[in-house]
Design a protein around this ligand. Structure first.
Ligand code: SAH
Length: 223
């Protein structure tokens, strides 16, 4: 884990070139939100992986990180972020900080982000990550995402980055009227991406998007 500490890693023309290609491939796969694409172009994804995987950092693939978890595929990050229809100054809740890559993509968009991770080892590991320190708008918590964060609720947007067995009721409650929640739903290896909207009267609407594959959303904290 040493590489997370000390001096920032190098972000050179090669990395920047690979990022441009990655953004190009995301455009071809249908990502149209320019702010999301600009965020992906700005963030050195190789900072989030072990140095041995520097080149793979810019392939459109998920990758193992620590504690048996994964950094989501760039396409998935872009797709979920695009579905959130982020507006400047939105207050956003993310469940599943993981590597914090998705958190930084959101952090680039001028919002306030509260992000929860249930694995203590991963929560501590990310705390050493120098790159994250530039995002004063990202607040991290160690806890169970099923509970949400009642103290800071309601949220304009909620993003779940692990496969939820059902729509977590407390998170639905913590979504503002007019808000959007994006959540992969399903108990198997594959989930359906669901865009949930809450209207001004508190009614919930669900729209099913494509199939995706996430690590499961688990209850309780893990030390
Ligand atoms: N957003 C991450 C994706 C990480 S994978 C990234 O960009 O890298 C999903 C993460 O969700 C894992 O780290 C897993 O530990 C976490 N997770 C699973 N269930 C959870 C829960 N109930 N509350 C909070 N985090 C949870």
């Amino acid at each position: 884990m040493q590489y997370l500490q000390g001096k920032p890693k190098d972000d050179n023309f090669l990395h920047k070139g690979l990022r441009k290609q990655l953004v190009q491939s995301l455009r071809q796969k249908g990502i149209t939100d320019e702010r999301v694409l600009a965020a992906i172009e700005a963030i050195p994804r190789h900072f989030f992986l072990d140095p041995a995987f520097e080149r793979q950092a810019y392939e459109d693939r998920a990758f193992p990180i620590t504690a048996g978890q994964t950094i989501s595929q760039p396409y998935t990050v872009a797709y979920q972020t695009q579905l959130l229809e982020i507006k400047k100054y939105d207050k956003v809740l993310e469940i599943g900080t993981g590597s914090a890559y998705q958190a930084c993509v959101l952090g680039e968009l001028g919002i306030t982000l509260h992000t929860i991770e249930r694995q203590k080892a991963l929560y501590d590991y990310v705390g050493q990550f120098f790159f994250l320190k530039k995002y004063l708008n990202i607040k991290r918590y160690y806890g169970d995402g099923f509970e949400g964060l009642p103290t800071y609720a309601p949220f304009d947007k909620i993003l779940i980055t692990c496969g939820a067995p059902f729509l977590p009721p407390k998170l639905l409650q913590q979504l503002k009227p007019g808000g959007i929640m994006v959540v992969p739903v399903g108990e198997d290896e594959r989930q359906k991406m669901v865009k949930v909207t809450k209207d001004m009267d508190g009614r919930i609407y669900q729209q099913e998007m494509g199939d995706f594959s996430f690590v499961p959303m688990l209850t309780g904290k893990n030390n």
